[in-house]
Write a protein of this length. Sequence first.
Length: 212
Amino acid sequence: MGLTNFDLSELIQTIGYIGIFFMIFAESGLFFGFFFPGDSLLFTAGFLASQNILDIRVLVPLVIIAAVSGDSAGFWTGNKFGRWLLKRRESFIFKKKYIEKANKFYEKHGGKALVLARFIPAVRTFVPIVAGMANMQYSKFITYNVVGGFLWGMGMTLVGYYLGSMIPGVDKYLIPIIVIIIFVSILPGLWHMRKEIKSSIKKYFISGTNLK
């Protein structure tokens, strides 16, 4: 493998299939799972499968099931306890701003948000919760949920798998690749933050002009 320092690949080998399932399940729909590294986890697990450390035939179905069932758990949580969540005090693992951002994303994209949010860290954790709070019809929810879980779960895993299979010595660059994946994953959030800052500045100057 060529990896001597403790990193994500070592973590995955330690936690195994059960640990992978739990982390993807939690990141997909449990509000405390938003900080789990879903994208890089799937990519690295796929890479390990290319090295015959994990079995890709087990890994892909496992990841898809974890993603879909995690989203369903988030939907149920939002549907049953949504109002209670909004009233509870904020903590390290629960921030209302994440619910608010997910709600804006859901209002803008509707059911498609469940597919699109799969590729946006943090947002993907809270969109199914918001869908449940909005009383989205479950038959509609599960359709988008399965599509999103399939595209994200299989897609990210197979990228790591085929990259590891096709490029000799790619394990030497695994950590930089993971860093790039994390950076690309947070780009939508940075872009949104930039728009929010520009909007706030614009409103500030407009309000200042009106006061004169």
